[in-house]
Design a protein around this ligand. Structure first.
Ligand code: FES
Length: 163
């Protein structure tokens, strides 16, 4: 459970809305960050309790959105768009390149917990396909070469401090 002062902050945030449930996404985001990047069952129950919705409501939101993770993920989550424009512009080649370079399949995390690779639906950037995101950063017109450069840069950074 989060400390009482954080719980109070999250609860107070929900009180700003006409309906407390409006704050559910934000609360889940805060708890995901607090718990190291993913939401276990207890965290989802905690969110429901803080907001005042049912566990099923919180679970429904936590499993609907791509950016809530219900299993541990790596330090860098790479989501590759596999919708129609990106598909037509070669996202399969990008995915294959990533899988080979990282030594994992789509849906998996590297053994060193540095990367998780996931598919995602349209990122809304279709005119610059193929696209992917690494964390909060959007990358467009991705090629295997541009991807290698990006991953080289990320891999050379020191690991983020654990919470
Ligand atoms: S289809 Fe990939 S960004 Fe829209």
């Amino acid at each position: 459970m989060v400390p009482e002062h954080i719980r109070k902050e999250l609860s107070d945030h929900c009180a700003h809305y006409d309906s407390r449930r409006v704050g559910l996404i934000w609360v889940l985001q805060q708890l995901q960050e607090y718990y190291g990047g993913w939401l276990n069952d207890d965290a989802v129950r905690e969110a429901a309790d803080i907001v005042g919705v049912t566990e099923a409501d919180a679970e429904g939101v936590a499993t609907f959105y791509n950016w809530f993770f219900r299993e541990p993920v790596g330090e860098n989550v790479i989501v590759v768009c596999d919708s129609i424009s990106c598909h037509l512009c070669g996202c399969d080649k990008i995915t294959a390149h990533l899988e080979k370079r990282l030594g994992i399949k789509m849906g998996e995390t590297t053994a060193d917990k540095k990367y998780t690779l996931l598919p995602v639906v349209c990122l809304g950037n279709c005119d610059k396909s193929p696209c992917l995101m690494i964390g909060d950063e959007l990358y467009d017109n991705v090629t295997p070469e541009s991807l290698d450069k990006t991953l080289d840069e990320i891999s050379s950074k020191p690991k983020a401090a654990a919470k």
